[in-house]
Design a protein. Structure first.
Length: 297
């Protein structure tokens, strides 16, 4: 019955039904973000909420709606390999849609965006469940969804040098933190794309960017510990993840990226001012790890 109702909504181009009331529909959709059924999560709850947000359905309620969604970031935070990761990850994506709506319509005061950013970034660096695809459950993809939230925040008119610097630092925090998970489902590309959104603001100095890359370099080019044996995996997961990200960012910076909306096309229309210098810095960070790849074993 529930699935049939929402199927009708999807077939009506996601028009808002006259009944039940919007509050009831919203509560059901937000609850479905944590469903164990990937169809409910990714084919119903997220696309319907994202569409209604982009169409302005929640414009008069945007602050309270976003605040409510942000509470989902804390559900089970600290769990490892728990089903509650789905609610956290998709809450980040819906919160990104809230920020994107404000980026387009300029509806919210800075306090609302800063509050959401604080909740989202705190969740992102504390998230312990970094699984990509979960057998029999579908996509969790917390790092990718977090990257999308960072990318939306990077475009906010309320964010300037200080806030954009924090976004870069959070990306580095996430990458260099020891973890058991290798990011192998495109998370490096999503994080690099979020970073490109930051770089295209042209707000950060070359010195700041060089210091940030240096922090990544220290992890990406770390050598195996002296006491490692043949059975020890190397590079360890966070070293692998950082190397992959640096490569992805270098490629995106070299080739350029494009947006999916008119607003994004304008955002990415010209190369970042720091592009040439940053390419050289990233190249220098890549060279040692490429030499490691030649080693046998």
């Amino acid at each position: 019955m529930i699935e049939r109702f929402w199927q009708h909504v999807l077939e009506s181009e996601m028009a808002v039904p006259a009944e039940p009331p919007l509050n009831d529909l919203t509560a059901e959709l937000v609850s479905m973000l944590g469903s164990l059924d990937s169809v409910e999560r990714h084919c119903i709850a997220y696309p319907v909420l994202a569409t209604w947000l982009s169409q302005g359905v929640y414009d008069d309620l945007l602050v309270t709606f976003g605040d409510g969604v942000a509470t989902g970031l804390n559900i089970g935070l600290g769990d490892v390999d728990s089903d509650r990761v789905f609610r956290r990850a998709l809450s980040a994506s819906v919160l990104a849609s809230c920020v994107t709506r404000d980026n387009a319509a300029h509806l919210l005061p800075i306090d609302a965006i800063v509050t959401w950013a604080d909740s989202g970034l705190t969740w992102f660096v504390r998230e312990q469940d970094l699984r990509g695809f979960v057998p029999h459950r579908g996509w969790a993809h917390a790092v990718a969804h977090g990257a999308d939230l960072i990318g939306a925040l990077a475009r906010s008119r309320h964010f300037d040098v200080t806030e954009l610097t924090v976004l870069l630092d959070v990306i580095a925090d996430r990458l260099v933190a020891p973890t058991a998970y290798r990011l192998t489902h495109g998370e490096d590309d999503r994080l690099a794309y979020a970073t490109m959104a930051i770089l295209h603001r042209d707000a950060l100095s070359p010195d700041l960017l060089e210091a940030w890359v240096g922090r990544l370099d220290a992890t990406a080019n770390r050598l195996p510990p002296d006491d490692s044996g043949p059975a020890d995996e190397w590079p360890s997961a966070h070293v692998h993840n950082t190397r992959s990200f640096v490569r992805a960012l270098y490629l995106q910076l070299a080739m350029g990226v494009h947006g999916h909306t008119g607003q994004d096309l304008a955002h990415f229309a010209t190369a970042p001012a720091a592009r040439a210098d940053l390419l050289l810095i990233l190249r220098d960070a890549l060279i040692p790890s490429l030499r490691f790849a030649d080693r046998p074993g």
